[in-house]
Design a protein around this ligand. Sequence first.
Ligand code: CP
Ligand code: NVA
Length: 329
Amino acid sequence: MDLKGRDFLRILDFSEAELRYMLDVAKAFKEMKQKGQNHKYFPNKNIVIVFEKTSTRTRCAFEVAGYDLGMNVTYLDPTGSQMGHKESIADTARVLARFYDGIEFRGFKQETVDDLARYADVPVWNGLTDSCHPTQALADFMTIEEKLGTLKGKTLAFVGDTHNNVSNSLMAMSAKMGVNYIACGPAALRPHEEVVAACQPIAEKNGATITISDDINVLSGADAIYTDVWLSLGEDKEKWGERIQQLQPYQVNMRMMEMAKPGAIFLHCLPSFHDLNTSVARDVNEKYGLTEMEVTNEVFESERSVVFDEAENRMHTIKAVMYLTLKDN
Ligand code: CP
Ligand code: NVA
């Protein structure tokens, strides 16, 4: 299977077989890393990772994966380049492509990463936009497979802001891999119609279902429960009050975990507001009195929680994506 030169912009751009291949290669890289085997396949390559929004996992995963593959990595922070304010996306893309073998981008509009890919003649990898988070979905499915043994026929439930970027990519990945997807959240934050319309026929073809509901009783068939923050990067802080009101009934707590299948696992892309150990959580606590938000500390710290394996798998899956899109056959 040849993925050389391909961009990684959204899950729906890839076939089930291609996504399967990425997961298998990620697994092989994880084993190599655990055994301490050298895999510096690209000692002469350079990549740039461009961030319009902040990041811990995605930035570090791209950097370490790049170094492990023997590459040099340049990081451009949200204020560190001319892109967007003094130089157009098209011009930036053509300049970066003269220096680098691959470009990662995290930012606001999907259009920006699409334009980078259009104008750069090297692979462009999407590290999150307002619309999707495809490298996250790959890591999540690697984790679900590790923990549950298989993917096909399993049921993944996303609880909370089912309208957000992470949910969009998980719905697409579920449809492609034949996993049943439940989007459980308030009607006001339902998944985007166009995302559902794109995923539904793919899910059907792969024998999977997509369920959208505001009733938490739909969680009884879930093998995995996933949640994310109630307010995403770039959203107006003024919305906290409204989101808390809408999403408090969807907080993942032990009672909710017990509604799912016995042994159901808990996932979260992170970062998470499960305690008061962040300034954002403390601000929200002062204003609205909450001590935990999208997930209780009890669930987050429980044996069902696989969030740190999931975070680790960001690196292995990103490495697989870079390797496959950069390697010669
Ligand atoms: N999950 C994730 O993308 O985390 P960061 O925002 O820290 O990159
Ligand atoms: N939905 C979150 C995901 C963070 C990894 C955000 O966009 O902020």
